[in-house]
Structures are given as C-alpha cells and as structure tokens.
Design a protein around this ligand. Structure first.
Ligand SMILES: [Zn+2]
Length: 331
C-alpha cells in the first residue's frame, strides 16, 4: 500500500518535470520563432526595395509579367529568380530568405507537436493524481479499520509464517546450545566462580532485554493469545540478548517484523526467547552473550507504535506457543 502510493507519487513528480520541461522548450521555440520572423520581415522589406529599384531602372515589362503571374510574394520572388532578373547578391538574399522561411515552418510545427504532447502529459498527470487520490483514500480506509481493530493493543503476532523453517533449525540450535552451555559451565567450575545463572526459578535468570515500560502483558487479548510482553520506549533503543544462548533464527516476518529467536540452556533447562518488531537486526546467527546487542527497537510487522514484543518459552518454541510464560518474574 505504502509502496504503490510512493510509486504513483514518483510518477506524478516525473510527469510534472516533463510538463515543466516541455513548457520551457515551447517558450524557447517561441523566442526563436520571433527572431527568425523578424529576420524574414527585415529581408522582405529589403527585397521589395531591390525589386522596386529594378523596376525604376527599366525592367518594367518583365516585372509586370512577373507581378501579374504571381500568386503571392514568395511565388513572385521565385519567378524573379527564374527570370534571371536579379544580381547574384540578391539571389543569395533570396536563398537565405527561403531557408529562414523553412526554418520558421519547422519551428512552428515543432511547437505544435510539443503543445500536443503537453496536452497528453497533462491528461496523464490528471489520471495519476486521480489514482493517487484513490490509493490514499484506500489507505485511510484500511488504517481506520486497523485502528478500530487495534485501538487498545500494540501488535498482532498471533501467527509466525516461517514456523516450519524455525522448527527445522531449532533442533540443531538446541544441540549447539547444550554443547555451548556445557563448555561454559566446565570453564566456570575450573575457575571456581559461581554460575551467574544460579537459579532457574528466581529473578535474574534473564535480563530485561530493552529499556522502556511494559505496555502490555502476556495473556488473552481480543480473543487472541498474546504470547509475550510489550516494552516501549521512544528513540533508538538497543535490544540485548536476555541470557547466554544460541540464535535459532534471525528473520523478517510480516507479523513479527524483524525478529530473532534464541535458544538458551540454563542449568540443563531449554528456554527460548523471541524479540520482535525490531527496526534492525544486528545478529544473524551463532551464539550470543547475555547483554549482547542483537538489534534496535522498532515498529516492523503487525505493530502499532515502536516497541519490543518479547516472549519467553520454557522449553522449545512451538507454533501454538504453549510453552510461553510471563518473563517478568524471571528478570
Ligand atoms: Zn506484543
């Protein structure tokens, strides 16, 4: 919708430029015509003077014949030339005059063509503006109906279209994540430091992934299940991985917008976090550290206003989101 409106707007601006250019060309041609016309008029006067003096100097009989047989002044001049009544100097004058008259006709014809083209372009412009108007009306209508539907909520992420692909890569990611977590815990025990994810039930298991206020909680909303929480804040807001983990999928979806799915193995338990509607994803795959920048808060997908839609699943992600839990007690 936005795309087609933008297309039409760009066509309109192109058409307006064309019209402007054509008008400029017509103006330029009119100026040129004026110059040529002045030249012709001046030469006409000169030629008439020459003929006049020729008559007075005795070529009377031929002159009369020529005048009587001529349809117009141009024809008259042609006859004068044909009858060899004039000197070379005048002949050249006549040639120039003839060329200028042709040039004048050419330019007049070009102006006519340009004016006709201009008329076509004006009509096309009118049609395009009509089209844009219709597109804008349709958009307003759609937005109004969306607004009505979403007057209280900030997103609609009921369905993730690429669920099959996600489930495909999830299995492998969970394996990689288990290996990563095992290695990390071995390093921790050899170094003797306390595990930073000491408990998987208390607060602090995950970190709040972005600054901002919770604008919506988990639960049923408009007869749909909202599987996560919404966190909103204006400006360029960084989004961080909520815990150490392995990226399952970094993707764009029409409902979730820019979204990243991460699997975590915390004390042997698999968890999944989801970060949706991001303006930008900076992580495409591999493992992430707790607090690592993975993207920026945005308004992509079925989202109404900039916010982060954040989901926590106890276990793997599934299409019915049956493992979704309220993440707030775990933060
Ligand atoms: Zn949400």
């Amino acid at each position: 919708m936005d795309q087609s409106t933008a297309d039409t707007e760009s066509k309109i601006s192109k058409k307006e430029t064309e019209i402007h250019n054509t008008k400029d060309q017509v103006e330029q041609l009119k100026k040129e015509i004026e110059v040529v016309q002045k030249r012709i008029d001046k030469r006409d006067k000169l030629l008439k003077d020459r003929i006049n003096s020729m008559y007075q100097s005795g070529g009377a009989v031929q002159y009369l014949e020529v005048v009587l047989g001529s349809k117009n002044f141009g024809d008259f001049l042609d006859r004068v030339v044909a009858l060899n009544l004039i000197a070379d100097q005048d002949r050249q004058l006549l040639e120039e005059q003839k060329k200028d008259k042709e040039l004048l006709e050419d330019k007049k014809k070009t102006v006519e063509d340009k004016l006709a083209a201009l008329e076509d372009k004006m009509k096309e412009l009118k049609d395009l503006k009509k089209q844009l108007d219709a597109q804008k009306k349709e958009k307003t209508r759609l937005m109004a109906s969306l607004k009505k539907k979403h007057s209280k909520i900030e997103d609609d992420v009921e369905k993730y279209e690429n669920a099959a692909e996600l489930l495909n890569s999830q299995e492998q990611a969970i394996k990689e994540e288990k290996a990563r977590a095992k290695q990390a815990s071995e390093q921790q025990s050899t170094s003797g430091s306390a595990g930073k994810n000491a408990s998987n039930t208390g607060s602090g298991m995950i970190m709040k992934p972005a600054a901002g206020v919770f604008t919506s909680g988990i639960g049923s909303r408009w007869n749909k299940f909202h599987a996560g929480v919404d966190i909103a804040q204006a400006g360029k807001v960084p989004i961080y991985a909520a815990a150490d983990g392995t990226v399952i999928r970094s993707d764009y979806s029409s409902s979730y917008g820019n979204v990243i799915f991460v699997t975590h193995n915390i004390n042997g338990q698999t968890w999944t976090t989801v970060y949706a509607h991001m303006r930008e994803r900076v992580v495409q795959g591999g493992s992430v550290k707790r607090g690592q920048l993975i993207g920026y808060m945005g308004n992509t997908g079925h989202s109404f206003g900039q916010h982060l839609h954040f989901e926590l699943h106890k276990g793997p992600w599934n299409a019915s989101k049956s493992n979704a839990v309220d993440p707030r007690p775990y933060m």
